[in-house]
Design a binder for this molecule. Structure first.
Ligand code: GDP
Length: 254
């Protein structure tokens, strides 16, 4: 079964309406529409979707749930992923204004938790690798990393798994969480080290506690999911001015 967005509504108008709002307000308003969509223990239980999907991955305790809740401005959204029976599940959240789904956030279970039996760890690593390699509508990955630990061996394995897809154009962001725990010097240092390790991906400092980096991450995710928005906004402006869109600069829509 493929779930498609409701095409009977004009999604472009929702984008054009946003042109008077600041880019951060647009992005955060969009993320606030997040709703639980479905949960699945394995890849083949996930519905096929034809909207862009952005996956959140990271070690247990890296701050992934807090980051998702902060970005979506919903206290409990990602903590649903921590309910008994769901900790090893892939949890999907739909996004979209006016009830029209235009993207999906995927919360993949945290890895590296010592108390998990070895067999479960191996099974889970396979599910995750499978998801990251084969999920067709996956268009971006956000890797959460606690900067006090840096990228761990399991993070490096994940980077190896996704590298071919990143080289093919998959978007990739490393979020350095809990940055409030670092001094300025430490933050600058880990930022530059992680940029070297990110293999072409972006790296941002984030703190839910100090509300740092929220707007930057939100705007990046919005841009990933709306690559044509800049064109639509410019086309609309040109049409309103009665001129050709051919020479219009693309802008970034934000
Ligand atoms: P997850 O296992 O990756 O989903 O991690 P959680 O979101 O549950 O966070 C793990 C721990 O880190 C919790 O105790 C959070 O309160 C804490 N935490 C998360 N984000 C921040 C942050 O920005 N700053 C600080 N100081 N602690 C944080």
């Amino acid at each position: 079964m493929t779930i498609t967005p409701n095409r009977s509504q004009d999604t472009s108008s929702a984008l054009i309406d946003t042109s008077e709002k600041s880019p951060a307000v647009v992005a955060l308003g969009w993320l606030h529409t997040a709703k639980f969509l479905t949960t699945a223990p394995q890849l083949h239980f996930l519905p096929a979707l034809d909207v862009p999907e952005i996956a959140f991955v990271g070690r247990s305790n890296a701050g992934k749930s807090t980051c998702i809740n902060t970005l979506t401005q919903q206290k409990q959204l990602a903590f649903a992923s921590k309910k008994p029976g769901r900790t090893q599940h892939i949890n999907l959240f739909s996004l979209g204004k006016q009830g029209v789904m235009d993207a999906v956030l995927t919360d993949l279970p945290g890895y590296g938790y010592a108390a998990v039996p070895k067999q479960d760890k191996i099974r889970w690593q396979q599910v995750m690798a499978n998801y990251l390699v084969t999920r067709e509508n996956l268009m971006g990955i956000v890797l959460m990393c606690d900067p006090r630990h840096g990228l761990t061996e399991l993070d490096e394995i994940l980077l190896d798994v996704i590298r071919p897809r990143v080289q093919e154009g998959l978007k990739f962001l490393i979020v350095l969480t809990k940055s409030d725990k670092l001094t300025r010097t430490e933050a600058a240092k880990i930022l530059s080290i992680t940029k070297l390790q990110a293999g072409g991906g972006e790296v941002m400092l984030f703190s839910a506690t100090k509300r740092k980096g929220i707007e930057d991450v939100a705007q990046l995710l919005w841009k990933w999911a709306h690559p044509d928005a800049g064109k639509k906004l410019n086309a609309s402006a040109q049409a309103n001015a009665g001129t050709s869109t051919e020479d219009a600069p693309l802008g970034d829509g934000l």
